[in-house]
Design a protein around this ligand. Structure first.
Ligand code: 13P
Length: 255
């Protein structure tokens, strides 16, 4: 059975004391919970990754970066490399988030380089894909996500784990969630593509998360879909109580 991943992407939010308070609160709460098949992941700003991994040594918590350089090392001012992330025990890293694609014009080719570097450093990539509203209205959603999968996973064997996060751009931060049926349709399509390109076993094992205005009110219906294995949560992951509620819902359904 695939594990359920509840991942919070803090984006560019929280200062040091807010981040520390959140982790104190969250770890206090998860230590009293009983769960086997749910994994909790937080992706804070790079500045707080070391603080976060200090907590994850003691508690069942995965920590992820929000981005990584497409280069190994050297004169790339402001960038953070995969080996730097590895050296502070980071477990996961988002790549290809739509905000990186939009504001930093990241291409599938760069995203693919990042994916390879993460794998070389034993960090699990969380590859984000998703269509814009315009693309959905043009009826090209499937073509868009398949081309993002093809580009992002070029020359990737999937012998090491990769997580896919389907995040329709029109649902991010808008309060407008994809319906469970809309999300399931695309998740199924992603799994079908993986099966055709790799194997049935890999397709059955790969974790595909949904992201886009997921909150405690709509999470249950989304998680009830057979191909949705958890969430990549933005806004609702910023408030510890709300995020903990979402962990509880996942434990209740899949614990
Ligand atoms: P929201 O949950 O705020 O819509 O953000 C989703 C997201 O982009 C997670 O990566």
């Amino acid at each position: 059975m695939r594990r359920t991943v509840i991942a919070g992407n803090w984006k560019m939010n929280k200062n040091f004391s807010e981040a520390e308070d959140f982790f104190l609160n969250l770890t206090e709460s998860i230590k009293s919970k009983d769960f086997d098949n749910v994994e909790v992941v937080i992706c804070p700003s790079a500045v707080f990754l070391e603080l976060a991994t200090d907590f994850s040594i003691e508690y069942p918590l995965g920590i992820g970066g929000q981005d990584v350089s497409a280069n190994v090392e050297g004169a790339y001012t402001g960038e953070v490399s995969a080996s730097m992330l590895r050296s502070i025990e980071v477990d996961y890293c988002l790549i290809g988030h739509s905000e990186r694609r939009k504001y930093h014009l990241e291409s599938d080719e760069q995203i693919n380089k990042k994916l390879h570097l993460l794998q070389e450093n034993d960090i699990t990539p969380i590859l984000c894909i998703g269509e814009t509203l315009e693309q959905r209205e043009q009826n090209i959603t499937k073509e868009v996500i398949i081309s993002q999968l093809e580009g992002g996973l070029k020359n990737v064997t999937l012998k090491k784990e990769v997580i896919i996060a389907y995040e329709p751009v029109w649902a991010i931060g808008t309060g407008r969630t994809a319906t469970p049926e809309q999300a399931q349709e695309i998740h199924q399509e992603i799994r079908k593509w993986i099966e055709e390109k790799y194997t049935t076993e890999i397709a059955e094992d790969i974790i595909v998360l949904y992201g886009g205005s997921m909150n405690p009110g709509n999470q249950e219906e989304l998680l009830k879909q057979p191909d949705i294995d958890g969430g990549l949560i933005g806004g609702a992951s910023l408030v510890a109580e709300k995020f903990e509620q979402m962990i509880d819902i996942a434990i209740e359904l899949r614990g």
